[in-house]
Structure formats: C-alpha cells, structure tokens
Write a protein that binds this ligand. Structure first.
Ligand SMILES: *Cc1c(COP(=O)(O)O)cnc(C)c1O
Length: 396
C-alpha cells in the first residue's frame, strides 16, 4: 500500500481486518470491550497481542485507523490516542527524560502544548526552552543546547511560521535528540514529517484527518521500534481511542487529499484577497511571497501552503476583535480548525489562552490577530464574509 499514491492510500488503507474472509466494504463498529474464545490457547495468545481480547490492549476499529494513518504518514506504524494532547503527552513521556535534561519546543506554537510541556518539565526538573524554530539560527541553538527531545510544529499556531524540518532534523541527529513534529496544520497531505527526517509525526486527527469536527483523536506515527514504549504505556495508562471515534475518523480521512487540495486552494485565494484590503494591518499565509518563511514553505510543504490564514485587523483591541467575530454571517466563530466549514478564532483569547501575557507578547500574538481555518465554501463568499465583518464591527 505504501507504494501507492496518497489519494489511493487515503481511500483504501485500513480497510481489511486480518484473519477474516468476510470483508464488509464499510467496517463494522466493534463496541464490545471484550473478545471471548472457545480455546484457552487462543485466549492466552490474544493476551500477548495475537488477537482482540480487551479493547484497552487493542481494538479492531483503532487498528484499522492506525493502519490508514501510518500509510498516509509513510510510517511503519501508528499509535492512536483519545486526543491530540494525549498523543503529545505520550511522545514526551516516551523519552525517559531525567532531571537536568533539556527539551526544546516552539515559542510560537499551540498554547495548550506549551502549558502541558511546561507542567511536565517543572514536575520532572527538566529544562524547557521555547524557541522560534523557524528562525535561521534555530538549528545552531539546538546544537548548543544539546536537548534530548525537540518538538516542532510544521506550521505554527496561530502565526503560521514554517520551520525547516530538514535542518532541525540534521541538528537533532548531530546531538542525538529525538525530533517529534506536530503536523496537524498541514496534515499528512501537506507534510510527511518522517520523510524530512523527524522521528515521530504527531497529529491532532481531531482536525483535518477527521475533517468533520465529530471526534477527538490523536495519533503518533513512527518506526515500530520507537512506538513500542508508547504502545506498552498506552496499554497501562489506558488513554485509548474509542471505536466510534476511530470509525468516524477513518471515514473522514478517506477524502483527506481531495478536501485538503480544495482547502489549500481556497486558503491561497482568501489570503491573496485579504492582503489587498486596506482594512487589515497584516496577513499571515506562508504562500504569500511576503511571508518570511515562503521559501522554506516551498521546500517542506506539499500540495499548497496549508489551509490556514491569519490576519491582524487595523487598530483593533480585544473587544473590537470580538465584535468582528460576532459580525460574521457565514463563517463560524469556533476555536478549532479542520472542518468543511470556515472557522474563525481570536487567537489571543483562544489557542494562546494558556500563555502568559508576556509569552503572548514574545510570540507576537496581538489582540487584533484573527485565525481562519478556511473551509470548502466558495472562497469569494469567505472573503466577503470576513471583510464584511471587519467593516461592520463598529456598527450596532
Ligand atoms: C488541536 C491541536 C492540538 C490538540 O489536539 P486535541 O485533539 O484537541 O487534543 C495539538 N496541536 C495542534 C497544532 C492543534 O491544532
């Protein structure tokens, strides 16, 4: 399957349960937590992972989803979790960090991940360094710091900067650091982080892989060897994905490449038109030649420049930004991304909420910053809705 092209992989991967002759075109949803066996020998083998016996150990729907995500990521295997955050925590904990070890993560990334890693590092006596990984000196900083673990985000949230994953991977290789990439924003359609040298590709599959905002799902894809400790810890800790969530996400990812192609094309169109508007201070989109990471983005992203756009409203404070969200008539003001419908968010109060005001200022996240997950509506309708809302914000 891995030699097939991405669209084909998306439609067919994870569609066949091993050791059964009957193959439903759509997989059944296996809600049973327990499998029982006529033969005690088979039951005994199942407890060693040879069959499905208890759904904290392994389950049919999660196995199919994991097979499909691994194929999309170009990975040997995948381990799924009950949320993207659970996946990010699992990767962190698999590093066996000791007091005094160093961890590097993006200073301008997802605020919840920052807060989680801060809490974990503080508890363990691990040094956490939040860097701007898209700056040219980032690989050099990694070599100076000699961290054991580095987390990068393919496209940062919410400012959409794009680090050079290949250069970060080379720096990690030199100092023996493990590199995980949270590739939620481009999804495997836009970046296969493992092919750029990362050791783990993490997804909040809640977003583009699922694509329809109806399940919380996290995945970590990597080599079988790197995933072995994650798999055994998940069996003990129990942060597993439920069968229905796995089923919905498998159904959603069947259309990932065709959805993402359209989302990325729409985002490019929306960014171009917003960039022409005198109502906006600035537009952030890696596909614009004015974006500082445009050249890197061309090298590390595929199939476009991602489905996300952000902009600053000229002279707006928090209250005015809130009024813009309330003035939308088509797009939904919702603090997520990855839906077929356009979702608009005030970054400082939502995805960056868990950052301190100082951390937000250092990351460059202003009160006038709005992030858009560009949907499948007609892109001109999206632009008109966004600009109309900016224009109407003063009106009662
Ligand atoms: C949403 C998100 C997460 C967290 O995923 P959940 O599924 O909500 O737990 C992590 N990283 C990024 C980039 C995200 O957008």
């Amino acid at each position: 399957m891995s030699s097939k092209r991405l669209k084909t992989v998306a439609v067919h991967a994870g569609s066949r349960l091993a050791d059964s002759k009957s193959q439903p075109l759509v997989p059944a949803i296996h809600m049973s937590t327990v499998g029982w066996f006529d033969s005690s020998e088979d039951l005994d083998g199942a407890l060693d992972g040879k069959d499905y016996v208890y759904s904290r150990i392994s389950a049919q729907n999660t196995a199919l989803l994991e097979e499909a995500v691994a194929a999309l990521e170009g990975a040997e295997a995948c381990v799924s979790y009950a949320s993207g955050m659970a996946a990010l925590r699992a990767v962190f904990e698999a590093q066996n960090l000791q007091r005094g070890d160093r961890v590097v993560m993006p200073g301008d990334g997802y605020g919840v991940t920052r807060a989680l890693y801060k809490a974990l590092c503080a508890r363990m006596g691990v040094e956490l360094h939040a860097l701007s990984l898209s700056e040219a000196q980032a690989p050099g900083r990694i070599m100076e710091l000699r961290p054991k673990f580095v987390l990068a985000e393919s496209i940062t949230n919410p400012l959409l900067s794009v680090p050079d994953i290949r250069a970060l991977a080379q720096a990690c290789e030199k100092v023996g650091a493990a590199l995980a990439v949270d590739a939620t924003f481009p999804s495997p359609y836009g970046q296969r982080a493992l092919s750029l040298g990362a050791h783990y590709a993490v997804q909040s599959a809640t977003k583009w892989l699922n694509g329809h905002s109806d399940a919380l799902v996290g995945t970590v894809s990597a080599s079988r060897e790197r995933l072995a400790p994650l798999r055994s810890m998940r069996l003990l800790a129990g942060d597993v994905l439920g069968p229905f969530e796995a089923w919905l996400t498998l159904r959603g990812l069947r259309t990932l490449p065709v959805r993402m192609k359209a989302h990325c094309e729409h985002a490019a169109h929306v960014a171009r038109r917003l960039a022409e508007s005198p109502l906006l201070e600035r537009v952030y989109y890696p596909g614009l030649p004015s974006h500082p990471d445009h050249a890197v983005a061309q090298a590390v992203l595929e199939g476009g420049f991602g489905p996300m756009v952000a902009f600053e409203i000229k002279g707006a404070d928090r209250a005015e930004s809130f009024r813009v969200l309330e003035a939308l008539r088509l797009a939904r003001p919702g603090p997520s991304l990855g839906d077929v419908c356009t979702l608009v968010m005030h970054a400082a109060s939502a995805s960056a909420r868990r950052l301190t005001p100082e951390e937000r200022a250092a990351a460059g996240i202003r009160e006038s910053l709005i992030r858009v997950s560009v949907g499948l509506e007609d892109p001109d309708d999206i632009v008109e809705d966004l600009l109309g809302a900016v224009e109407r914000r003063g009106a009662p």
